[in-house]
Write a protein that binds this ligand. Structure first.
Ligand SMILES: Nc1ncnc2c1ncn2[C@@H]1O[C@H](COP(=O)(O)OP(=O)(O)O)[C@@H](O)[C@H]1O
Ligand SMILES: [Mg+2]
Length: 233
């Protein structure tokens, strides 16, 4: 049976005005439900690739597809991101004046109209990431690991099909990192969510089913710069 990739890039390049080529003709298909580590040194293009996968940035050449179709506009990508893609950042990007409960509810605002449903879901998600007791704490009152747990709960707010995590443990010590990666792997397994994690750290790869290596804006899959990640891995 042929499965439509949930995420795909076809010959995607990204050149910046200053003459930097961040991605060079990257072709990649990620089947629904797999977990993938995107590994390579700083500056090799990992963040750029993640941004291409979710329409946060546009290719200079080639195209990005979600679930087999090319979204027609930046607005179409924004709707897909809001409803179907969760993003986890290295620096958490929580709003400092809001507590954990409120941060988790932010993505739901345009999607779930019922305030009580939003609160209930946020409570469930904070419980899921082990932070029920910290629901009323603001980011400044939480540790780095706890902030990342809130950010992971936020990424799950709208029951996404995909989580993209950009160096999710880059600001954390090794013990906390292992706990965060374990949490992401657990979410991948139990929810069947597609997980793509960018990292320069070798240890993170062991938490993913597949590792894609990158260097200088290319995927290191020989003989061609192409990787097909099937759902059977
Ligand atoms: N907005 C930008 N303008 C110019 N160059 C950029 C910009 N963003 C990234 N780059 C360059 O593109 C390359 C890839 O960057 P990035 O995708 O952030 O790599 P990584 O996430 O692997 O560290 C780097 O050389 C970086 O300096
Ligand atoms: Mg990066």
């Amino acid at each position: 049976m042929i499965t439509t990739p949930i995420l795909a890039l076809e010959g995607v390049s990204r050149r910046y005005a200053q003459g930097v080529t961040a991605l060079q003709e990257v072709t990649l298909q990620i089947a629904p439900g797999v977990s993938v580590a995107l590994r390579g040194p700083s500056g090799c293009g990992k963040s750029t690739l993640l941004h291409m996968l979710c329409g946060l940035d546009r290719p200079s050449a080639g195209r990005a597809l979600f679930n087999g179709t090319q979204p027609a506009s930046a607005g179409a990508w924004a709707r897909i991101r809001a409803a179907r893609i969760g993003f986890v950042f290295q620096a958490f990007h929580l709003l400092p004046m809001l507590n954990a409960m409120e941060n988790v509810q932010i993505p739901m605002l345009g999607i779930e109209r019922n305030a009580r449903s939003r609160r209930r879901r946020a409570e469930t998600l904070l419980e899921r990431v082990g932070l029920a007791a910290r629901a009323c704490h603001r980011p400044g009152q939480l540790s780095g690991g706890e902030c990342q747990r809130v950010a992971i709960a936020r990424s799950l707010a709208n029951k996404p099909d995909v989580i993209l995590a950009d160096e999710p443990t880059g600001n954390l010590d090794s013990q906390t990192s292992a706990a965060i990666l374990g949490l992401l792997a657990d979410i991948h397994k139990s929810d069947g969510v597609t997980l793509v994690m960018a990292t320069h750290d070798a240890t993170i790869s062991s938490f993913a089913q597949r590792t894609i290596h990158m260097l200088d804006g290319r995927l290191l899959v020989l003989p061609s710069a192409e990787a097909v990640i099937s759902c059977t891995c």
